[in-house]
Each structure stands twice: as C-alpha cells, then as structure tokens.
Design a protein around this ligand. Structure first.
Ligand code: TYD
Ligand code: MG
Length: 454
C-alpha cells in the first residue's frame, strides 16, 4: 500500500512545511509544527464545485460597481455593537476567540437571545454541548422572546446542507475546533480541518448572505490549532479576555474590516449571564484604597474610550540574591526597564528590592502612557509615601528618564474630572492641551521631578 502523504503545519500561524522544523520559519514559534495527512485536493475542490459556489469570476470596472453601505443588525447590547463597529454586518464572518471557560458561548447565546427577540432566524450550532446543555444555559439567561433553533452537530458537510436549506440570517458555530469535513483525513481541531471548515463557512457566509459567528478556543498547549491560523480568513476577529479570578470580561476587536480595531466592550459575568459595564472606570476603581503608598490611579485609552485604572506596586527588601519581580496585567519587560531607569537616574537601591507591579481589577493593558503611573507607584511604595488624594497621572518614560507626551491627553483628563479627580500629573508637552478641562495640571519633564510630588 502506498504510504499516506503527510505535511507539517505550524499550529500557531498555519505555515506549511514538507518536513518537521524546530522553529516555524514564518512566525518564529518554537516546537509548533504538527504532522497532518495531506487532503486529496481533487475531492476538496469537487465538493466546492458541488456546492455551486465555484463560479468563474470576471473583471469589473471600478466606476461601474455600485457602492452600497453595509447593512447592520444593531443588537442593542451596546458594548457588543461598538466592538463590531456599530452592529453585526450582514453576511460577515466573525471569529470570537478566547480561553476555554471565559464566556464565549454565553456571550453568543445572549446575542442570539436578542436576535430572536427581533424575530430574526438564528441557528446555534454546537459541537461541544448537547441541545439539553444549551437549553440549561439558555434558562439561566432568562426567557427567550422568540424561537432559537439549536443543532448539535460536528460534521460540516451536514451543517452546510442545513444552512443552505434553512437560510438563517445568523449562524453561530461553537466551536471551530470540533468541526470536521469528511474528505479531510486529519482529526477535528487540526490545522487543515480548522482551515478547511472555516473556508467552507466563509463560502456559506458570502455565497448565501448568512452572518456566521465562529467560536475558537485559544490554546497554548496541545495539537489544537489556535484561532490565529484563521485570523486572515475572517472579516472580524474578536477576543474575549478576562482574568479567572475576577468577573469582568473584555471583548476586544483585533481585526475588523467594518470598523476600528482596538475597540473594547466591557462585561461582567453574573449568575444570569453577562452584564454590560457601561462605565468601566467606576467598575475598575471600586474598592481602591485611599492614601495607601504604592497605589496610583491612571487613565488609559482602550479603543476610543478612556478607562481609569489603579496601578499597584510593592517594593520591599529582598533576602534573595536575585530580586524577585512580577508584573500582572502589564508587560514584564517594561517593568524591568522602568526599574532600571529609576535605579540609574534616581539612584534608588532597587537591586536589593523585590518589586511587584499589578493592574488592579484583572485588566490587561499595553500602553506607554502607563509608564509614569508604574514609576509613581514604585516610588510611592519605595518611599512609603502615598500620592495625594484625588490625583491621577499618565505619561511615557524614556530610557534617559525623560517624560514623553502621550495621545488623547485631554480625553484622559476629562474622564478623571468626571469621576471627581482634582489633580493630574502628566507630561509637560501635554499640559497645555489638557489645561482646558479645568483640573489642576502638573506638567513634568523628567523623572527627577517626581520625588517632590509626594
Ligand atoms: P462559557 O460561555 O461556557 O465559556 P466558553 O464558551 O468560553 O468556554 O462560560 C462558562 C463559564 O461561565 C462557566 O464557568 C460558568 C459561567 N457562567 C456564569 O457565571 N453565569 C452564567 O449565567 C453562565 C451561563 C455561565
Ligand atoms: Mg463554550
């Protein structure tokens, strides 16, 4: 018998290679190559031809193409609509990724609940749960005002048939890692299955005008292909993130053909489903200690919205030769860099201190404007002096200790004002623009000016 041919795929980015490699040449991930059988090409193409979608395209003139704006379904779940750029775009393919158990199924079932309430035809396909399990989840979300159709199925060929026959307006496929096509030899969740099934869903979405939400689990270990493999195939990629220890969840757009990326929606997981958090700043600052050294409030920009956060730092003398450093919610290397700047420019003996830095509330932020609050929190903990009450700060810190301007300073200050803050410590270059808001503005140009602010 002829040996079955196989090919190697990177499970991080989907790159192909005829032989195993220790490092993926495309995304540079180590030990990410997995072996999978080659799919018989002719069969896969034939099945596309069979679905009647393999039409021959002809070139068209740009001037003669009619412009039409995307029609959107506005769900009324504002945090969700905003992340999508103002509602669900018709016949789009949307990937919702996230860690297992974060609430992806719950979120999409809640969206379905709203959609059936609007009397739209919605089909929820689960390859993970039985219809009874989905029913139990739905019961937790409250009464459905309309009929949602459920299907527990993993074979994509069957799903294709059902969708083509029923032509629902919106379909949810939960999750892509459980779906398979019969003509592909690899197991469900493998790179080739995930790719092929997504390709088939893409053709369904575009060919039949169905909006499809795909759930994808992000996994670091194991052979299950990460949703990153299919990011380039879909219109929109949303990531649902959060901390296991806290109830808050952030829905983030990382790719959006119909709206801005880096928009976020904030939710809170309750016993009866997800609740929108309209004012994330208030939510994030609940329970913030007052007058404690090591606690500093800042304003970060998430998408187009300012969100106030608390940065906490703890510096204490270490008994270890190599001091311990941890960073939760922010980049670990950035914290190390800022500690080095403080040590060199202010002469602090930080190499004898353990340093822990934490974004309170479980939020993850990656923004240079957080440098100054991290530095202030470290200084505050190191000197054991609290920063003044009702004070916030933001700004980028450079390697020479200079404090550099950040974007949207005015918006950050305005948010602080709304929440009753009175003083803002910010980069000197931002001081003029921010002064119009009406708070007390303290412009700083170098970290050597910070000590006197405590
Ligand atoms: P789920 O949507 O199943 O996660 P995913 O699809 O991303 O794997 O969410 C599972 C978690 O959410 C589970 O731990 C239970 C919790 N949960 C609530 O707290 N409240 C609820 O109303 C529901 C439906 C789930
Ligand atoms: Mg799920």
């Amino acid at each position: 018998m002829a040996k079955q041919k196989s090919i190697f795929f990177c499970k991080e980015c989907g790159a192909e290679s005829p032989k195993w490699l220790g490092q993926c040449p495309a995304c540079k991930a180590w030990d990410s190559m997995v072996e999978e059988p080659v799919a018989p090409k002719s069969k896969a193409v034939k099945s596309q031809a069979g679905s009647g979608l393999l039409k021959k395209a002809v070139p068209e003139k740009l001037s003669q193409i009619e412009a039409h704006t995307d029609t959107r379904i506005v769900t009324g779940i504002e945090e969700f609509d905003r992340v999508l750029g103002g509602g669900i775009v018709d016949s789009s393919l949307v990937l919702v990724g996230g860690d297992p158990g974060i609430g992806k199924s719950t979120l999409l079932l809640q969206v379905c609940k709203v959609l059936v309430g609007m009397k739209l035809d919605v089909l929820y396909i689960s390859g993970e749960e039985s219809v009874h399990q989905i029913k139990m989840r739905a019961d937790r979300l409250g009464k459905f005002d309309g009929e949602l159709e459920l299907l527990s199925e993993t074979c994509l060929d069957n799903i294709e048939e059902i969708v083509i026959e029923k032509k629902p307006r919106v379909v949810v496929v939960d999750s892509i890692q459980t779906m398979f096509r019969e003509d592909i030899a690899a197991s469900p969740g493998s790179v080739s299955q995930v790719r092929e099934t997504t390709g088939a869903l893409l053709r369904l979405a575009k060919g039949y005008g169905v909006t499809i939400f795909i759930v994808g689990h992000v996994t670091k270990e194991g052979v299950v292909a990460g949703p990153r493999v299919l990011e380039h195939m879909v219109d929109t990629v949303l990531y649902f993130e959060g901390d296991n220890s806290s109830d808050y969840r952030v829905l983030r757009a990382v790719k959006n053909r119909f709206g801005s990326t880096n928009e976020v929606g904030v939710f809170e997981m309750r016993g009866n489903g997800l609740r929108e958090v309209r004012n994330p700043s208030e939510y994030m600052l609940a329970g913030t200690p007052v007058g404690e050294p090591g606690s500093v409030i800042t304003a970060t920009i998430e998408g187009t919205r300012p969100i106030m956060l608390e940065i906490q730092a703890l510096c204490c003398q270490t008994a270890l030769n190599i001091p311990r450093r941890t960073a939760v919610g922010i980049d670990y290397n950035r914290v190390n860099l800022l500690l080095a700047v403080l040590e060199k420019k202010l002469g602090l003996k930080l190499s004898f201190c353990d340093a822990y830095v934490n974004v309170a509330g479980g939020m993850r932020v990656n923004e240079p404007a957080l440098d100054l609050p991290i530095v202030m929190a470290l200084l505050s903990s190191y000197t054991n002096k609290p920063l003044g009450e009702k004070t916030i700060c933001f700004g980028e810190v450079g390697l020479t200790g200079e404090i550099r301007g950040v974007s949207q300073a005015e918006q950050r200050v305005a948010e602080a004002k709304q929440l009753g803050y009175e003083t803002v410590i910010l980069p000197k270059v931002n001081a003029k623009a921010a002064s119009s808001v009406g708070l007390k503005i303290v412009g700083v140009g170098h970290i050597s000016e910070l000590m006197r602010l405590f």
